[in-house]
Ligand binder design. Sequence first.
Ligand SMILES: Cc1cc2nc3c(=O)[nH]c(=O)nc-3n(C[C@H](O)[C@H](O)[C@H](O)COP(=O)(O)OP(=O)(O)OC[C@H]3O[C@@H](n4cnc5c(N)ncnc54)[C@H](O)[C@@H]3O)c2cc1C
Length: 424
Amino acid sequence: MSRYDVVVIGAGLAGLTTACQLAQNNQKVLVTATGIGALLLASGCIDVLGFQPADSMEPVKNPASKLDDFLAERPNHPYGLVGRANLEAGLNNFLKLVNQHGLDYKGDFNHNWLLPSAAGAVHPTCLAPASLAKGELSTGESMLIVGFSQMRDFYPTLISQNLNEQDLVKAEPCLIDVTIPRAGKVDVVPTEVGHAFERAEFRREVIKAVKSKSKGYQRIGFPAMLGLRQHREVVADLEKGLDKPVFEISALPPSIPGRRLYEALKEAFLQAGGKLILSGKIVAGTIEGGRVTQVQLETISRLKPIQVQHYVLATGGLFGGGLMAHQDGRVTEQVFGLPITAETNRHKWFNPHFVSPQGQPVFNYGVKVNERLNPVNGSAVPLAENLYAVGAILAESEWAHGRTGDGLAVATAAAVVKQITGNK
Ligand SMILES: Cc1cc2nc3c(=O)[nH]c(=O)nc-3n(C[C@H](O)[C@H](O)[C@H](O)COP(=O)(O)OP(=O)(O)OC[C@H]3O[C@@H](n4cnc5c(N)ncnc54)[C@H](O)[C@@H]3O)c2cc1C
């Protein structure tokens, strides 16, 4: 007999939010994952619907009110299967989950924050950590944007110029040269800056370098690296020292807000009694008589079979490792060998425009599911009643088209938790 009721394969946003809620509903849950997925690569915000139509230059202000238009344009997107109620429930569950575990996310389904991106563009997002939400552009409050001379990949001048040119806010760059502890003189990475901010003496140095330049600006933006575990203290201390609101702007990976989110979800999961195996690759799964009977976990010495009641596939598509694109044009699902509808002519995988608002066709390839999120075959027949697929592994879920990846992860988590726990 297994010690677990459910195995969740994957520890990205979809896998962890599903696993946390199942564990909090008294399910015995094992999460096993090769890594922590896109959390370290993305902004740490929850994007639900950012642009509609996808090529619109106008960001969506209210995702709830634009959902039907989005589904009219993309009728096969899995938002249509999970439905508005699960999307809203997923967002509420997410807020409750992370805000009970040390984070402070703000927002709701009827509103998008309009935040400055690392390129000085507008990032419309539904739920954001409070530190990023304070960068809201629609308030029009002027901002000083601080960067570090040793840091590549965060350019205050680029951000300010782009914000100014779009007439969004008055913004001014401020490049400072301070000693970042334990970092080299060039190529400082976000994690080093995040740790540096947790030292009071480093904050004093930053405050000294910024304070006189901040006169005349209503708020001060920093790269999103204001501490990892001590984030709240860091922000409070900087605001006290600078005597102004301080906010964070998303930077390039590794994402510190994404890391904080991962840590909070992990803590919530472990506190609820879950077990997490990182570097735990599931290499195969068996489907017999319409049910999954086991999956095989790769361990250092052997393949270990795991047999439970329910299996959640949260392996994240091509980016996450759940799908593999082969040179001969095949696209395969890596654990169960589930059917994937994909173009075998590789030249059709990509849009001629690299940065296309419609995204890339190849990222729409994935696992087709029914309303219960059970994978189905080409005739829409469910393949295994105790197997559920969530997040970016789903077919037609290309996130760049409309900016919907995070919303889909939390919505499918809510839907599967209902299925497994019977809480309708
Ligand atoms: C670079 C990048 C930027 C993004 N930016 C945005 C954005 O701006 N807005 C937006 O809405 N969405 C964005 N997304 C998409 C969004 O982050 C994802 O859709 C969302 O986080 C859901 O992720 P997921 O949990 O389904 O998959 P992932 O986060 O990819 O997680 C997959 C998990 O499965 C594990 N795994 C894979 N195969 C196996 C296996 N065989 N055995 C065990 N574990 C396995 C991986 O280790 C990982 O833990 C971005 C994604 C990427 C990659």
